[in-house]
Design a protein around this ligand. Structure first.
Ligand SMILES: *Cc1c(COP(=O)(O)O)cnc(C)c1O
Length: 358
């Protein structure tokens, strides 16, 4: 499979679209001129890698993804530095996660090098779409889904893998805003044996209801507790959760219910490098509230590709409201944000060799 992209076929669009004004970009609303596609059939494996003009896909109404949800996706970004250099951030980590996700959801494996090379190829074709305005980037969305027209319940015998690209704006317009989080103790996102560690659409579909209810109550996201006892802290929305308690940083361990975020891993690396203690251990929502009562809950933040670091200013659990760091972004959250975005944009040195130049 490694040589697959030798035969990459590129068809350029005859009708390039106008580029958006980078200062007004939102998230995931605008797509570039091209996309990458390759197909997989039983017996034949991956074939026909191609870059074609962006446009609708044709799918049989019986395609199994539409009925049983056999699909996965990824998310990463390409950044344009002040010096014009284009960079990806740790795409090898996304490639590894694809391997784990595909195995869990019975999708055919994608060679990790091919995954990264396909991303580079399509981003290169649309490289003029990577915006240069402060805080903007090109969001890369690879996804893979079952296309066989068959209503029986078993893994599909045909798949497509597609990569689309979307120029996106800074997550927080006008600077980072601390969020309000609702601690969800009714609905759950994951449990041992389920798909919490895999990046699949099903995890998102089942989370929409709790998110919508929390938003109706004026919160931006939910904090998920574990699916068995509903006590252990797991994730915040679709990002990894961090708690600074008495000078130490706590985050849930990767035991299968948590999505192994690339941002999470980067945060842990940077904090340990600074000599801080990071505890990847289970801890409960009672621990968090006890720390708040004792005055030792210093910061709470979530970490993910979209917002990078998103500080939590307020939490509500069973009618108990706590305000964190006076509702302001904390020192650790701010410095992590500055360090990670600085490396991504080439403003800071990259001591970990995390960026890949395009
Ligand atoms: C994608 C995702 C994350 C964050 O992962 P990154 O690689 O840092 O973007 C965290 N939690 C969930 C549930 C996710 O889907």
């Amino acid at each position: 499979m490694k040589n697959l992209l030798k035969d990459l076929n590129i068809t350029r669009t005859q009708n390039p679209k106008a580029k958006p004004d980078a200062a007004t970009l939102g998230f995931g609303e605008i797509f570039t001129d091209h996309m990458f596609i390759m197909d997989n059939d039983e017996g034949r494996g991956w074939h026909d890698p191609r870059i074609v003009p962006y446009g609708p896909l044709s799918l049989d109404p019986a395609a199994s993804v539409l009925h049983y949800g056999q699909e996965m996706f990824e998310g990463l970004k390409a950044y344009r530095g002040d010096d014009g250099t284009l960079r990806l951030f740790r795409p090898d980590m996304n490639a590894k996660r694809v391997t784990a996700t595909n195995d869990r959801i019975c999708l055919p494996p994608i060679d990790e090098e091919v995954f990264v090379e396909a991303i580079k190829a399509v981003v290169n074709v649309d490289r003029d779409w990577i915006p240069d305005y402060q805080g903007t980037s090109l969001y890369i969305r690879p996804f893979l889904f079952a296309t066989e027209a068959f209503l029986g319940v078993r893994p599909s015998k045909a798949y497509s893998f597609v990569i689309i690209l979307s120029p996106v704006g800074a997550y927080f317009k006008g600077g980072i805003q601390p969020t309000k989080i609702y601690v969800e103790d009714d609905y759950v996102r994951s449990a041992p044996g389920l798909t919490g560690f895999a990046k699949v659409g099903g995890n998102y579909a089942l989370a929409l209801k709790a998110q919508a209810l929390a938003q109706e109550k004026g919160f931006s996201q939910v904090l998920w507790l574990d699916g068995i006892e509903r006590r252990y802290v797991e994730e915040i929305g679709v990002s990894n959760a961090f708690f600074v308690i008495g000078g130490e940083v706590w985050t849930a361990p990767l035991t299968g219910t948590i999505l192994p975020g690339v941002t999470r891993d980067s945060v842990i690396h940077i904090l340990k490098d600074r000599g801080m203690t990071v505890r990847e251990e289970r801890f409960t929502i009672d621990d968090v509230y006890a720390a708040a009562d004792a005055g030792t809950l210093e910061e709470v933040f979530s970490a993910g590709t979209a917002a990078v670091i998103s500080p939590v200013g307020e939490m509500m659990w069973k009618e108990r409201r706590i305000v964190i760091n006076g509702g302001e972004i904390g020192k650790i959250s701010q410095s992590l944000y500055d360090t990670i975005t600085g490396i991504q944009q080439g403003l800071l040195p990259d001591p970990y060799d995390w960026t890949v130049k395009l």
